[in-house]
Design a protein around this ligand. Structure first.
Ligand code: AMP
Length: 424
């Protein structure tokens, strides 16, 4: 199937041709025709599947026809949980809409008000915003939603997790009731169902993949670690693998992210930190550096890394496990993007076992503990839960690792020697 079947505006098809996409992804195949028809959407799709284009292409198609309204307010509003995701949606709108001359504005926290006031005083077609800052501007009377046609809620589950439910409802209530609403979320359960009932009219429900079926392109590994020192040695070992192109390392706190980034820098790695305490300017500068390969290792916290879309990320390393199992799914979705394969490696202590079980229950996948010779944990890995018997490693494993770009574990076995607990 090619994009031509959707009958999209030729200016959008021309922009798509220059992206090199050959065919629509499954979420695009389902969402685009339904949205062009004017249907509301309640869609769940894994991160990295092309969901941004799934809502942006039909939205651009709609605004390719000039509005009859004299108002200068936005015709499409996209709400995102984080500044980084807003920046990426903004980039996507510019990329797919480059031959339409659509005016796109991004309004996020951490940026100076005067610049945003100026942007909002001019005509806007697409407004991409985080809820808190948008409400600030609404309260100051700076936004006119009278000609709004499409409201998109991107990563709606995350917006609810972050406590934005009242803000989202408040914003939706300020928009015309005849608008089209497109809701995208990693899960469609629980409170998302309640929100959907309030905001969507007879939506088409699209479920491409749930947490249980996702991430077939990501190899997931687990290492038990005794303590922080052991974790650092494991990390050093993994980062020493030259086939590892780029990694995001997740820590539990902002302070840990800074400390680990500093240590890795001292060890000679091209590294940067990304977390919510950094200025918006510093956060914004980090992503292009990552995208251009100037940063090999990004040490990040959950919120800051949400939505990072960099196709070169080959590894996600959970230096600390996430507190919430859903965040595990979001974290590992930073690798294996746009058809690439990826590796997600988690470090866990024995005290983390309850967390691990939560993650395994959510993903429906057992995380098998591996050891690096010379860096084994003092306490052996616990017996597998859920009656899952350990399987011997398939002999083809090395071959498949090679196909992914190098037999890292064989290299580890060759260089690490047989001693136990060398790290302690
Ligand atoms: P998203 O799920 O929107 O974050 O998109 C993930 C990545 O897939 C982005 O880098 C997009 O540029 C890319 N992408 C989106 N649609 C397609 C497509 N039809 N074919 C190939 N890559 C795509």
């Amino acid at each position: 199937m090619s994009f031509d079947v959707f009958d999209l505006n030729p200016a959008i098809l021309k922009a798509l041709a220059s992206t090199g996409y050959t065919q629509p992804t499954p979420i695009q195949q389902q969402a685009i025709p339904a949205a062009i028809e004017g249907r509301d959407l309640l869609a769940s799709a894994q991160t990295g599947t092309g969901k941004t284009a799934a809502f942006m292409l039909p939205s651009l198609h709609r605004i390719a026809i000039p509005s009859a309204s004299k108002s200068r307010g936005p015709r499409v509003l996209v709400l995102t949980p984080t500044r980084e995701l807003a920046a990426q949606v903004n980039d996507a709108a510019r990329k797919y809409g480059k031959f339409l001359r659509a005016r796109t504005v991004s309004i996020v926290g951490g940026m100076p008000y005067p610049v945003q006031n100026k942007q909002l005083s001019q005509p806007v077609d697409i407004l991409v915003a985080t809820p808190g800052r948008l409400i600030d501007h609404m309260e100051r009377g700076r936004i006119d939603f009278s000609r709004l046609e499409v409201l998109v809620l991107d990563e709606a589950d995350r917006m609810l997790d972050m406590g934005f439910i009242d803000d989202v409802e408040h914003i939706a209530a300020a928009t015309p009731s005849h608008r089209q609403t497109l809701l995208f979320s990693a899960t469609l359960d629980g409170t998302i169902g309640n929100l959907a009932q309030k905001l969507l009219k007879n939506p088409q429900r699209i479920e491409i993949a749930t947490a249980r079926t996702r991430h077939g392109q990501i190899t997931q590994k687990l290492h038990f670690a005794d303590d922080q020192i052991h974790k650092r040695k494991l990390l050093q070992h993994i980062l020493a693998d030259t086939t590892m192109r780029q990694a995001i390392v997740f820590t539990a706190t902002k302070r840990d992210a800074d400390a680990l980034a500093e240590d890795l820098h001292a060890l000679g790695h091209q590294v940067a930190a990304l977390h919510g305490d950094m200025t918006q300017g510093a956060r914004t500068r980090t992503l292009p550096r990552l995208r251009h390969g100037d940063i090999r290792v990004l040490v990040a916290t959950d919120v800051a890394a949400r939505g990072i879309d960099v196709n070169g990320i080959t590894h996600v390393i959970n230096f600390d496990l996430p507190k919430v199992a859903e965040d595990y799914v979001h974290r590992i979705g930073r690798t294996g993007r746009a058809g690439n394969s990826g590796t997600a490696i988690s470090f866990a202590s024995h005290a983390d076992r309850r967390h691990l079980h939560g993650i395994e229950r959510l993903t429906g996948q057992k995380l098998r503990a591996e050891v690096i010779p010379g860096l084994e944990p003092r306490q052996p890995a616990p017996k597998p839960a859920f009656g899952d018997k350990p399987r011997p490693r398939p002999t083809s494993r090395r071959g498949s690792d090679k196909r992914r770009g190098g037999d890292h574990w064989a290299a580890v076995r060759a260089t690490s020697g047989p001693q136990r607990n060398r790290h302690s």
